[in-house]
Design a protein around this ligand. Structure first.
Ligand SMILES: Nc1ncnc2c1ncn2[C@@H]1O[C@H](COP(=O)(O)OP(=O)(O)OP(=O)(O)O)[C@@H](O)[C@H]1O
Ligand SMILES: [Mg+2]
Length: 322
């Protein structure tokens, strides 16, 4: 449908072909690793249980199996020994995005790497070219974001590599856009390993959930930057600066609600009592199971204080499910 819209002269953001690449782990990984030569985890693809068994034995254990079409950790599992492969294949088939086009049953199997930390590099493509925001640190649970902070502490000698990978990934996508206005914010996800290696993981062709911290850390949030870029307004390195005192930090904490029913938030007066805190409640009226329904934001004298404050906002907010 996006390709048809583009044919009809509609500006698809960032472009139909970029969306097609980024939603498919096979297309994205092939572009990143084989075409652009970016460092990634060791990986293979498989289209059947037998292929997965063979691929996993070559990759080695522990490994991670993910459907090529899925997000937010759905259908993903860590396999520690060969006997776990069948369950991982089943999990991938149940958790994948339902789709009637192409071979959506395919999976990627990756070596499970020893993460030191994970980063998101918000990278903006605009009429001015490509620039990156300060790195965002993040903590995931079950493949889903819970907390993020900015600026992430990155060793000076890794900064350049992180910057290079983010820019090259987005430049590679823009070169495949099929249009000359592939503009907008991209969220480039990177792994930093215990031995110092930086790996490209994946990229969202839009503002990133961990980038919500920019609603309190930057003069222009990732949403402001996205809107400007899409409108053809140049976004330069000056536009993506932090708006924080020196040494200060900012943090976001996802508000995950569990239960079944309509959700009501109260006690905002207590939750937002301390200076330098803020809150966004998403326009999602109901929860069935568990759902991210808001985000707490905070600035602090350093990252640790900001994380504590954001967590306090999330904890103090009263949430009822009826
Ligand atoms: N090969 C790996 N080694 C170690 N950890 C991994 C590996 N692959 C994924 N993870 C962990 O699982 C998380 C989710 O993986 P990934 O980003 O590939 O999937 P996703 O479903 O697109 O998730 P999301 O939509 O939340 O970004 C990663 O952020 C990381 O914490
Ligand atoms: Mg991810």
């Amino acid at each position: 449908m996006l390709f048809e819209a583009e044919q009809a002269g509609i500006h698809v953001v960032p472009s139909a072909s970029i969306a097609a690449i980024c939603m498919d782990r096979e297309k994205l990984r092939t572009l990143a690793a084989e075409e652009l030569g970016l460092p990634t985890t060791k990986y293979e693809f498989a289209g059947s249980l037998d292929e997965l068994r063979a691929a996993a034995s070559r990759i080695g254990f522990p490994c991670v199996v993910k459907p090529v079409m899925s997000s937010s950790g759905h259908g993903q599992s860590v396999v520690r020994k060969a006997s776990g492969i069948d369950a991982a294949w089943q999990e991938a088939q149940q958790g994948r995005r339902a789709h009637d086009e192409g071979d959506v049953s395919r999976v990627i199997v990756e070596q499970l790497v020893d993460l030191d930390y994970e980063l998101t590099m918000l990278t903006v493509s605009s009429s001015h070219g490509i620039v990156t925001c300060e790195p965002i640190g993040q903590r995931q649970e079950q493949g889903d974001y819970r907390e993020s902070w900015q600026p992430a502490a990155v060793e000076p000698d890794r900064k350049q590599e992180i910057h290079r990978i983010a820019i090259e990934a987005v430049q590679g996508l823009v070169d495949h856009a099929g249009t000359n206005n592939a503009w907008g914010v991209f969220g480039v996800e990177l792994f930093v390993l215990k031995d110092g290696t930086v790996l490209f993981n994946e990229v969202s062709p839009r503002p990133h959930d961990t980038g919500m911290v920019t609603m309190i850390s930057q003069y222009l949030s990732e949403f402001d930057l996205h809107a400007r870029a899409v409108l053809g307004i140049p976004v330069t390195q000056d536009h993506v600066q932090l708006d924080l005192p020196k040494y200060a930090g900012a943090a976001s904490r996802a508000i995950v609600v569990e239960g079944h029913g309509e959700v009501e938030f109260s006690d905002l007066n207590t939750a937002l009592a301390s200076a330098g805190t803020d809150l966004r409640i998403f326009a999602k009226p109901r929860v069935d199971g568990h759902r991210r329904m808001g985000v707490a934001l905070a600035i602090g004298s350093d990252i640790d204080e900001a994380r504590i404050k954001a967590n306090e906002v999330a904890q103090t907010l009263r949430i009822s499910v009826n």
